[in-house]
Design a protein. Structure first.
Length: 202
């Protein structure tokens, strides 16, 4: 399925309650949306053939939290030689995506207005994303080179961020994020859109 096709289906769901669509995983709105429009819940890089789907929690008409883009662990090695935004898996994932608010002000969880976000439509925003990514990429490389601990990093435009995103194992511990035998962090980390970026689509 193409992004444009998914967008047209999601337009028909706008204003509906999550309880009105077929529910697969109670409490997981993003996965339920994917199932409702005919997407598979799998681990592929992209949800659509030519882009991704990103749902975001809204409260009182505004984004209430940052928006996860992708985990880092499987791609850490790419930062060793310096990773540019336009060569990254992050760019491939966000080059074009549908941004879908889910308003959770009440318990109903209302499906909001979908928007197609792409470099073609918002070239200036993507230039700022590139600056943020390349700044963060440099900081990650530095931490790898000098075997330092990696912490939360925000890009200079406050559009992108890396921070922890992890679940505990059955034994109650986290899986550390490592590269070349060095522990960068005691748990996994991920890239996020910050709310300053998301506010552009209100």
């Amino acid at each position: 399925m193409l992004v444009e096709e998914g967008y047209l289906i999601l337009k028909k769901l706008e204003g509906m309650k999550m309880s009105e669509i077929n529910k697969v995983n109670k409490g997981f709105d993003g996965q339920n949306i994917e199932s409702a429009i005919g997407l598979k819940n799998d681990s592929k890089l992209l949800d659509f053939e030519d882009g991704d789907l990103k749902t975001n929690k809204f409260m009182n008409g505004k984004p209430s939290e940052t928006l996860a883009i992708s985990q880092m662990q499987n791609n850490l090695i790419e930062f060793e030689k310096g990773l540019d935004f336009y060569d990254s898996w992050i760019y491939k994932k966000i080059r074009q995506f549908i941004y879908l608010p889910i308003d959770k002000t009440s318990s109903d969880h209302i499906i909001g207005k979908p928007q197609i976000v792409s470099e073609e439509r918002f070239p200036n925003l993507y230039k700022k994303l590139a600056i943020d990514f390349n700044f963060i990429s440099s900081e990650i490389k530095n931490s790898i080179d000098f075997k330092k601990t990696l912490n939360t990093i925000n890009g200079p435009n406050n559009y992108l961020q890396i921070r922890t995103k992890a679940s505990k194992k059955k034994d109650g511990n986290y899986t550390p994020m490592t590269i070349n035998g060095h522990q960068l962090k005691d748990k996994y980390m991920a890239f996020y859109f910050k709310k300053d970026f998301l506010y552009n689509f209100l």
